[in-house]
Every structure is written in C-alpha cells, then in structure tokens.
Design a protein around this ligand. Structure first.
Ligand SMILES: Cc1cc2nc3c(=O)[nH]c(=O)nc-3n(C[C@H](O)[C@H](O)[C@H](O)COP(=O)(O)OP(=O)(O)OC[C@H]3O[C@@H](n4cnc5c(N)ncnc54)[C@H](O)[C@@H]3O)c2cc1C
Length: 465
C-alpha cells in the first residue's frame, strides 16, 4: 500500500509555543536536557551549533505544527533529516531545528513497485528495508547519508547511469509548506512545486514523505582496484578512458587518498548493475590493465555496497570539502590533480570523483530543477582531520580546488556545495534559476526556509535574477 495520510489544512493563524508543546507528539529537546549534546551532533564534527529547541517530529502533523509555531513566534528554523550536509545546514544557533530523523516509515507496494518512504531514513536503512522484496531504488554511494537532503538536491549514485538520479525516480512528495500546510506534489498535483523539489533542496518546504519508483535488483558486481600512487597517472588515464565510454550499467568512482596498509593510492570502485555478470566481469577486468596492487571482483548486495563505503568518512571527524565539476580530464588536468593530491596535509584527506552519465545525463536540463544534465565528473577535494586547527586543512581543500579551476565547468552539484554563496547556487541551477526564483516567490516569499543552498526570493528593488 502507498500513502494513506489525511491532508489537512491547518488554521490560518499560527500556533503559540505553549499550544505547540501540548500538541507535539514527538520529542522536544532543549539545552540542558541529557540528550541535547548528542542530538545536536551532525556528521561533520567541525559543526558546533546550539539550537534553542530541537523538535524531533513523529509525523507530518508534528512538522506542520512546528512550522506554524516558528512562524508565529518568529523563530529561525533549520530542517534536519540525516545531518550529513558538510556545512551543518541542518542546525541553527538559537533557533528551532525541525528534526525528521525519527521519521523512518517505509511502505512498499510490491505489485506497483512503488514505495512511500520517510525522510529520516538513511540511504542504508532504505535499501535494507527494500532488500527483502528484491527491490531497490537509486541512492547515493554510501549508507550513512540522509534520504531527505540527498534526494532533494538530486541524488547521484551507483545506479544513476541506469536509472537516473534519485529525483528521476520520485513519483510524489508529501510536504509542509512555509504556511504550515500539508500538501502533495507530483506530476499532476502542484506540478510546478514538484519540478522545484527535484533538485531545489529544501527551498520550498519540508518533505515528510517521498513516493519512489522501485526496480528489481538482487546483486551488483563490484570491482575494487587499488593502485599505488606511483601509478596514479596511468590509473587515472584508464579511469578517464573507461568512463568516457561507460555503458549505463557501469558506474566508477575514483578515490585518491591514503589507504590502510598501502599508503598513498588511487582506488577505483566500479559497480556493474547489469544482468549479465559475465559481461560485467569483462567490463571490470579492464581496470587490471594498470596493474593494481589489489583487484577484487565480487557479486554483492546493494546494501553491502553502500555499507562498504561508510568507513572512509565516519561521523564526528572534522571535514571541509571543496567541490567542482569537470566535463572531461585531459592529461594536463590529471597531472595537475595528482600534484594537488600530493600536497595534502593529512593522510585522511583526498579527492573523490563521481562520474555522472547515462540516464542521469539524458534527462533534459529543464525537466527537473537539477540542471547539471550532461556527462561530467563531480569532484570533491575533501579534507578530514581528527585534531588540531582547521586552517591548514581548509586551506588545502580551497587552494587545491582553486588550482583546478581552469579545468572546471560552470555549476556544482548543490549537495556538494559548502558556503560558496549566491553566485555558486545560481551557477548550479543555470538556466533553471529564473524559474526557481519565481517558485520561491510563490511558495516561500519570506525565505522562511533559508538554511539550505538558498534560492533567494525577489525582494524590493532586487530582481533576484
Ligand atoms: C560521506 C558523504 C557521502 C556523500 N555521498 C553522496 C553521494 O554519493 N551522492 C549524493 O548525491 N550526495 C552525497 N553526499 C551529499 C549528501 O547528499 C548531502 O550532504 C545531503 O544534504 C545529505 O542529506 P541529509 O538529509 O543527511 O542532510 P541534512 O544535513 O539533514 O540536510 C541537508 C539540507 O537538506 C535540507 N533537508 C533535509 N531534509 C529535508 C526535508 N525532508 N525537507 C526539506 N529540506 C530538507 C536541510 O534543511 C539542509 O538544507 C554525501 C555526503 C557525505 C557527508
């Protein structure tokens, strides 16, 4: 069965704080409460924000009540699903966090191959819930990410070549608007809003449930190839050449970092999601050409694949990421990249490259608000450290990105942006930006939802465009 919720229109007037506390069904956590310090932690240990109240919602009605209370009381709000945004967008100092992390219901309609899922699930939890049905939906690459944020920004992952981004498999959203109204958006209900939600981040409201298309998938064939850094040039050129011709069912991620027991290395993680594992093996074995130190090709469940990626970026470590987009890697770009990787100041730091192609690239740029619909590489210079000052780590990520700017194209995947600001957001949405501003004017003219990669509404004297 899919959605059965009742969509109620709340009273036009807001909810006072006392009334809110009386009606709220979830958990309210304040400074001084035993759980406060643990609940305000997010993936990036460098984020240290102190909200005045964390409202862990039980359901969509709780979310609507929280929005109406925050509006009535003039509170700043942040929305949290999985808390994985690198710059801590899911928290706000001295304001209200509308926390969806406890909303994890999954309802599967096996016959229609559709699931209704709530945003507090991690991607790993979602995949695990679908596994007994032999069904999956495209996700990101690791299991710890929150479904809410990963989906609303677009969602790039192992199956994007075959089935597109997470948003390309969204059928409907249930959400709470800036007015505190619980509504649905789909191709036939508020289609303008549905367009904006598919890539527009949390700019238009709080999604309380997603309806997603599912596909049968028992296992993928996974290749892990690790090359010593002395062979990095050869490995990266092979990566470039294979991905440039990659069929839809082959997704390859490159990670340039220090690997346990190996040292500085290039790791290629290649996922074949087709039906013919014989053919998959042939596709993966190409990566043996650059003489890897480690070469493992094995079938595995999709859930195991996501879990395999988690240890590289554990919760609570300090992080600073700097991202950009590259349409292709020339030999010169590869050499420049390797030079930057060698200048890392921490062995925990590295560069992660995801190849966006196939079904994800074939969607016309105007069909969803996610605009980066062309074959490209999403590149992340990721600093990570466990103690000491942030400055050298932040500097490496920022300076090494700057050194690669001459090879980059316009626009960065919004879920990989940090605090780059308005121009970067505008560039990411490209030709869709104007329409997004119009939508923001319609659905959130007061910019109530502003702790995100923000699309600013038009204000007096400012066209916003
Ligand atoms: C280790 C790691 C690996 C990653 N790998 C990938 C990857 O493979 N593919 C990929 O696409 N991305 C990836 N990302 C990026 C990730 O998708 C984003 O960080 C995403 O925002 C995380 O979602 P969240 O729910 O955990 O985030 P949160 O920090 O909770 O929220 C992020 C933003 O989304 C908003 N938001 C969250 N939920 C909702 C909601 N239900 N309604 C409205 N607004 C909401 C928040 O307000 C905030 O602005 C990765 C991030 C990390 C840290």
């Amino acid at each position: 069965m899919t959605s059965e919720i009742t969509l109620e229109k709340p009273a036009a007037n807001g909810v006072a704080r006392g009334q809110f506390e009386q009606h709220f069904r979830g958990q309210l956590i304040r400074p001084g409460d035993g759980a406060y310090d643990q609940v305000r932690q997010v993936w990036n240990g460098a984020v240290d924000k102190r909200p005045a109240l964390i409202a862990r919602c039980a359901d969509g009605d709780d979310v609507a009540t929280a929005v109406r209370m925050a509006r009535a009381e003039g509170w700043p709000v942040a929305i949290r699903s999985g808390g994985h945004s690198g710059n801590g967008l899911s928290l706000v100092d001295d304001g209200l966090v509308i926390d969806l992390s406890q909303m994890k219901r999954v309802t599967v309609d096996v016959e229609r191959q559709v699931a209704r899922v709530e945003p507090g699930l991690t991607l790993g939890e979602l995949v695990q819930a679908l596994e007994p049905f032999g069904l999956i939906t495209p996700t990101g690459t690791c299991s710890g990410n929150g479904l809410g944020g990963a989906t609303l920004g677009g969602g790039i992952g192992w199956l994007m070549g075959k089935y597109g981004l997470i948003i390309d498999n969204l059928l409907a959203c249930e959400m709470v608007t800036a007015e505190g109204e619980l509504v649905r958006a789909s191709a036939t209900e508020r289609p303008d809003l549905f367009w904006g939600l598919r890539g527009g981040g949390g700019n238009f409201g709080i999604v309380t449930a997603f309806e997603m298309r599912l596909y049968p998938l028992e296992e993928v064939l996974m290749g892990t190839f690790i090359y010593p850094f002395s062979q990095a040039g050869e490995a990266m050129r092979l990566y470039r050449d294979v991905t440039a011709q990659a069929p839809d069912e082959l997704a390859v991620m490159a990670v340039l970092t220090t690997m346990p027991e190996i040292g500085p290395a290039v790791a290629l993680f290649a996922c074949y999601s087709g039906d013919d594992f014989g053919q998959g093996e042939r596709q993966l074995n190409v990566f043996r050409q650059a003489q890897p130190l480690v070469a493992v090709v094995q079938p595995m469940s999709y859930a195991s694949l996501l879990a395999m990626m988690d240890p590289a970026a554990p919760d609570g470590r300090f992080y600073h990421d700097a991202a950009y987009t590259v349409r292709g890697f020339s030999d010169e770009a590869i050499d420049a990249l390797l030079e930057q990787v060698e200048q890392r100041v921490s062995p925990l730091a590295g560069v992660i490259i995801q190849h966006v192609h196939g079904a994800a690239s074939r969607v016309p740029a105007g069909e969803t608000s996610f605009a980066l619909r062309f074959d490209h590489y999403a590149v992340l210079h990721s600093s990570a450290w466990e103690s000491g000052p942030a400055e050298p780590h932040v500097r490496w990520a920022e300076e090494s990105r700057a050194a690669m700017a001459r090879f980059a194209s316009q626009g960065v995947y919004v879920n990989f942006l940090g605090d780059e600001g308005d121009d970067a957001v505008r560039a990411s949405y490209g030709s869709n930006y104007r329409r997004l501003v119009e939508l923001k004017n319609k659905y959130d003219p007061a910019n109530f939802f502003s702790r995100n990669q923000n699309i600013r509404p038009t204000v007096d004297g400012d066209s916003g465009l």
